[in-house]
Design a protein around this ligand. Structure first.
Ligand code: CA
Length: 369
């Protein structure tokens, strides 16, 4: 695609000279005479690939335009070649410590300008191509991963229904109930996954409102979610130890609490599954005031490398999306958990030793309302 070059220069002769020189190079040229028009054009999509920007301009000056563009993430990466008098160069250029900024002092040689523009356009094209390939790869991995995640519980449901449909349980009520339980567990997992996808996108688009606070008995909530988790990981024989007193409460939206507990327990299971010594998962609760709590979920799984401790909270974070799919999941669990926890002024903190396990703290402060 032809590179789009925005020239902002108020001297008509100079503008003609630059335009003429660059037009021969097959660029799409857009000319602006004032700072105000130049800035407006630079901020309008499709954005220019390169901006040639005079410093002394009527209206807003070139440096001000540069700073405004740099403050907007969408325009921050557009390379700028400043045209400036030698006297105004040094100190002012120091304000721009971004790699994409170049300058030419007036009077300048047209062939030098051409060479600079050509090199800059080349660099931009390479960066754009790299970003495109990265995004392509990310999209492929993400859709593959998501499909795989949805397919697993669906297969569970289908095979259980198949057994029932063929009447393979032959009237054995215990067998039949087992198949129904498997199908129900699969449907339940599928429900969580789809809710997660919707919730992850919703959370990144709008601020989470705690809605209303329900007083929830933590022992009951934890037991329920542990039971669902155990069903999902039935074949792993994990041992869950729950230490929570009956009179411990938090004030949250019930659905939000369930989401966080579900993800934190699910993570503990995934980490445990990958470790030869994993299998013991503890849930311990310390009350904070009347309606707050610190919930510790502790596993003896593979742990998290220190450099990944914050990265794992990114939306759609995938430690290894492509090859082994060693870590299962869509990479939204911790993102959802932390976002929800913070909506209640709470927090999720991970303390981990690679190879030895992870302590995950879910803190919900006491609220008085
Ligand atoms: Ca000027």
């Amino acid at each position: 695609m032809t590179a789009k070059i925005l020239i902002v220069e108020d001297e008509p002769l100079l503008q003609d000279l630059i335009t003429y020189a660059l037009e021969k190079e097959d660029y799409q040229i857009v000319n602006m005479m004032t700072g105000t028009d130049g800035l407006a054009t630079a901020q309008t999509e499709p954005f220019p690939d390169v901006i040639i920007l005079d410093v002394q301009l009527p209206g807003i000056d070139g440096f001000e335009i540069g700073r405004t563009l740099q403050n907007n993430p969408r325009t921050a990466n557009i390379p700028i070649i400043f045209l400036t008098a030698r006297s105004e160069l040094r100190d002012k250029m120091l304000g721009f410590d971004v790699g994409g900024v170049d300058y030419l002092t007036k009077p300048f040689d047209v062939s030098e300008l051409k060479a600079r523009v050509k090199a800059t356009v080349h660099r931009v094209k390479i960066e754009q191509e790299r970003a495109r390939l990265d995004l392509e790869k990310y999209k492929t991995n993400l859709s593959q991963n998501t499909s795989y995640e949805l397919l697993t519980p669906l297969s569970k449901i289908l095979s259980a229904l198949d057994v029932i449909g063929r009447d393979a349980t032959q009237g054995n009520l215990k067998q039949l109930n087992r198949m129904i339980e498997i199908a129900r567990s699969g449907a339940n997992e599928l429900h969580w996954l789809i809710e997660d996808l919707l919730l992850a996108n919703k959370l990144s688009q709008e601020e989470v409102k705690p809605l209303f606070h329900q007083k929830i008995n933590l022992a009951q909530a934890i037991n329920l979610i542990v039971e669902q988790t155990m069903m999902k990981y039935k074949s792993e024989n994990f041992r869950f130890e729950i230490d929570v007193s009956e009179d411990c409460f938090v004030k949250m939206h019930r659905k939000h609490l369930y989401h966080v507990l579900h993800h934190l327990l699910d993570n503990a299971c995934k980490f445990s599954k990958l470790s030869p010594i994993g299998g013991q998962i503890k849930v311990m609760v310390h009350p904070i005031g009347e309606n707050g709590a610190e919930i510790l979920i502790q596993d003896k799984g593979v742990g998290i490398e220190p450099e990944l401790k914050e990265k794992v909270f990114e939306k759609f974070y995938q430690p290894d999306m492509s090859i082994t799919r060693q870590y299962e999941g869509m990479g939204v669990g911790l993102y959802i958990s932390r976002t929800l926890a913070r909506a209640y002024s709470g927090e999720i903190i991970l303390e981990s030793q690679p190879g030895a396990g992870t302590d995950c703290y879910f803190i919900i402060p006491d609220v008085n309302d």
